[in-house]
Design a protein around this ligand. Sequence first.
Ligand SMILES: NC(=O)c1ccc[n+]([C@@H]2O[C@H](COP(=O)([O-])OP(=O)(O)OC[C@H]3O[C@@H](n4cnc5c(N)ncnc54)[C@H](OP(=O)(O)O)[C@@H]3O)[C@@H](O)[C@H]2O)c1
Length: 267
Amino acid sequence: MTQIIGIIGSGLVGKAVARLAVAAGYHVVISNSRGPETLVGLVQELGPLARASTVEEAIESADIVSIAIPLATFEALPTEKLAGKIVLDQTNYYPGLGEFRRADLDNGELTSSELVQRHLRNAKVVKGIHNLGWIHMEGNARPKGDSRRTTLPIAGDDVSAKDAVTRFIENIGYDVVDAGSLADSWRIEPNTSIYFTPYTPEIPEGLTEEEAKKAYKQPGEPLSPSEARKLIETAERPSPIGGTLESMPPVHVALFLELASGDTIKK
Ligand SMILES: NC(=O)c1ccc[n+]([C@@H]2O[C@H](COP(=O)([O-])OP(=O)(O)OC[C@H]3O[C@@H](n4cnc5c(N)ncnc54)[C@H](OP(=O)(O)O)[C@@H]3O)[C@@H](O)[C@H]2O)c1
C-alpha cells in the first residue's frame, strides 16, 4: 500500500486531504509556500502520522504528491523534483476569480490537468479529489461497505498511477470511477454535472443564512459508481470553460468568504 502522502498546499484542500489521509493510517508530509514553521499547529492537530516540511522534502518522501495550490501558481511546482512521481492534481481552473486566465484553457485546447502535466513533463499526473468543496471532502467520506459511501471520478494517462490514486481515494472514504485520460478530464471539470452538486445537500427554502450554512455542511446524497459513470458519459463541455463564484452554491461562497475575511484559511 502507498504509505506516504506528500501535500503541497496547506489551505482548505490541503488540510482536508491531510485529515482524511491520517484518519486512514497514511503518513502525511505537508508543506506550503511559507515554510514548515507555519504548520506547527496543524501538525499537532493531525497527530503522530503527520509532519511539516519544505515543498522539496514533501515531494522526496512521498509515494503520492497532492497538489493543493491555486492553479495560477502551477509554474512554481518543481518539474525536476516531481519527475517520476505520482501527482494527484486537485487544482481547478477558476478564471472567474480574475487572477489567472489562459487562452489555451479558455478555448479547450488543453484541460487544466493537461496544462499541469505539460509543466510536470515526467510526472504521472492524475486528476482527482477536485470536484467537491473542502467541507464535503471530509464530510462525505465513508468506509467501504457503508451505504452512504459516495463516488469520486479520476482521470489520467498512466494506468499504474491511476491504480495507486484509486487505492488511496478508496482507503480515505470513496468509491472511484475512471473518467479517462487527462484530455478527457474536461468531463469532470468545473460546471459539469459531476462537479460539486452531487456532493452537496439540498438546502430547504426559507432558512436564515446561518441555518442554510449549517444545513450545507451536511453530506450530499450518495452517488453510486454507475450514476457517476453516467454523469461522466453524458457530460457536455461547459461554455465558457472554467469556474466562477456565480456557478458555486451561494452558501458555499458565503462560507468561503467568511473564512477568508477571518483570515483562518491558512492557519
Ligand atoms: N476550496 C475548495 O473547496 C476546493 C475544492 C476542490 C478543489 N480546490 C482546488 O484546490 C486548490 C487549493 O484550493 P484551497 O481552497 O485549498 O486554496 P487555499 O486555501 O488558498 O490554499 C492554498 C495553499 O497553497 C499554498 N501555495 C500557494 N502557492 C504555493 C507554492 N508555490 N508552493 C507551495 N505552496 C503554495 C498556500 O501556501 P501558504 O499557506 O503558505 O500561503 C496555501 O497553503 C485550488 O486549485 C482549488 O481550485 C478547492
